[in-house]
Design a protein around this ligand. Structure first.
Ligand code: ZN
Length: 122
C-alpha cells in the first residue's frame, strides 16, 4: 500500500509518527476520514469526514449529515484505510494524560503498543 500516508497522489492520510491529527496534515482533503474528540459530548468518539475550513475550525460531516466545526487537533487520523476506502481507527487512551490518540500501523502490529501519547513520550 505505497499510497498510505502520502498526500501527493490524492489519497487520504493515515497516522504516522509525525502526523496523528488533522492539524498535522499539510494538505487537508475534503472527505478525509477522522475520529472526533472534542467538546460535543454526544459526538465524541464518532467517525466523520473533513469537509472544509470555516475560519480556524475544521468542519466535519457525520454519517447523519450533521456538520460540526472542530479544532483540527481534536480530529484523529485513521490507523489504516483499506482498498475500499474504509478507514480503521485504533484509538488508545494515554496512561499519563488520559488523552485519546491513534496508533500507527507499525505500533498496532508491534508486540508493545505505546501506553502514552506522543506529547507525553516526547
Ligand atoms: Zn499523554
Amino acid at each position: 500500500m505505497p499510497w498510505i500516508g502520502t498526500s501527493s497522489t490524492g489519497q487520504f492520510a493515515c497516522v504516522n509518527a509525525s502526523q496523528r491529527t488533522l492539524k498535522a496534515l499539510r494538505i487537508k482533503r475534503k472527505g478525509q476520514p477522522v475520529f472526533v474528540l472534542g467538546h460535543v459530548l454526544e459526538r465524541k468518539g464518532q467517525e466523520a469526514t473533513f469537509e472544509a475550513f470555516n475560519d480556524r475550525l475544521a468542519v466535519v460531516k457525520f454519517s447523519d449529515e450533521c456538520l460540526v466545526g472542530y479544532d483540527p487537533s481534536e480530529l484523529l487520523l485513521p490507523t489504516d484505510i483499506d482498498e475500499h476506502g474504509i478507514p480503521y481507527f485504533e484509538i488508545r487512551s494515554c496512561q499519563s494524560c488520559a488523552m485519546l490518540f491513534p496508533l500507527t500501523m507499525e505500533e498496532c502490529e508491534s508486540d508493545k503498543e505505546p501506553e502514552r501519547c506522543s506529547d507525553c513520550i516526547g
